[in-house]
Design a protein around this ligand. Structure first.
Ligand code: P6P
Length: 337
């Protein structure tokens, strides 16, 4: 597909490539695009419409919910539940699976999403994003449970995110590479601005929350120490560091110019009885699908994220993703112990 085509046309063209496609998948992707346009409008207005700040509640993760966490979750549900493409949904902001109200037609696809990842950045006007993942429902039924969603990341039929930054950019993979679409707000269409995105295999830019350094496991401590040692150390080159505290922004930078992003397991996380900070079903898996489709690599430090058999809807995992030769260094260090 050519630069300048609309997301709508791209999706329809892709549907033609898929034998037996019924148009349901096309309709679902368009519904997701519609929800992201609505969210982009709300994010942009911010304080003008009183949507910033805390909601006064906690999500299933025990994290303080922002007003926009709840608002954007409702936007996604409203956009996805009415057109008969979705079997059920799961969200960072909802403890249980969201089953469609009685009478709504169930479709063939399960959708997981983080409606506004990095939402605390909204209050300080820093980029945030929506992350989504699409799985096939293995059977048609009225009521779905978490077990229906517990499929490895390799089962995803599509994944993407919408980054609400200086531009609003939808990044999408349906298993045939990664394409980027920039929202032209003058006429409300996402326009293809990059096609066949590839992550540079090497990098000298790492992203990690350095305040957790004293909690890291030895392999991660070794890796970051060597980055900080730069030319004087075993890596023989200087590194740059970034930390936006918005995974969507970090991944977008890596897709654009390379890099490595990691939220590793650490002693603080283990002390809480958790296996990581980021969530598998609606953060790590969709981002891993995108990164791998762009020629990058995505692991926990020890194994490929997309091969993990999920045990729970809100399961957390360590994440190390980005330029494949750099992620390989981290994998090698974990294997050396
Ligand atoms: P910390 C946002 O809350 C998020 O889930 C990711 O988008 C981001 O990379 C990470 O957590 C930031 O975590 O500990 O730096 O606030």
């Amino acid at each position: 597909m050519h630069i300048g085509t609309t997301l709508t046309n791209y999706i329809i063209e892709r549907q033609r490539d898929i034998e037996g496609a019924t148009g349901e998948f096309t309709g679902l992707l368009n519904d997701i695009a519609t929800s992201c346009k609505k969210i982009a409008s709300l994010v942009e207005k911010g304080d003008l419409i009183g949507v910033l700040g805390a909601a006064g509640s906690e999500n299933v993760q025990g994290e303080e919910q922002k007003k926009m966490d709840i608002i954007t979750n409702e936007v996604m549900i409203e956009a996805l539940e009415s057109n008969g493409h979705v079997a059920a949904m799961a969200s960072e902001e909802m403890e249980d699976v969201y089953n469609l109200p009685e009478g709504k037609i169930r479709g063939n696809y399960l959708v997981t999403f983080d409606p506004l990842d990095g939402s605390s950045n909204m209050d300080v006007n820093v980029s945030v994003g929506t992350i989504f993942s699409i799985l096939r429902a293995r059977e048609q039924k009225e009521t779905y449970s978490a077990e229906d969603f517990l499929q490895p990341g390799t089962e995803q039929v599509a994944a993407g995110y919408c980054l609400y930054g200086p531009s609003t950019i939808m990044v999408l993979t349906t298993g045939d590479g990664v394409n980027m679409f920039t929202l032209d707000k003058d006429f409300g269409e996402f326009i293809m601005t990059k096609s066949g995105v590839k992550i540079p295999e090497d990098t000298s830019e790492f992203a990690i929350n350095m305040s957790n350094m004293r909690f890291w496991e030895p392999p991660m401590k070794r890796y970051i120490d060597e980055c900080l040692a730069g030319k004087t150390g075993p890596r023989g080159k200087d590194f740059n560091m970034r930390w936006v505290a918005s995974m969507v922004a970090e991944v977008h930078r890596i897709l654009t110019r390379g890099g490595i992003f990691t939220y590793p397991i650490d002693e603080k996380i283990k002390a809480k009885g958790q296996e990581g900070k980021l969530r598998l079903m609606y953060e790590a898996n969709p981002m891993s699908f995108i990164v791998e489709q762009a020629g990058g690599m995505s692991i926990t430090g020890r194994e490929r994220i997309m091969e993990i058999q999920p045990k729970a809807l809100h399961q957390r995992v360590p994440v190390v993703l980005g330029s494949k030769n750099e992620v390989q260094v981290v994998l090698d260090y974990h294997r050396e112990g």
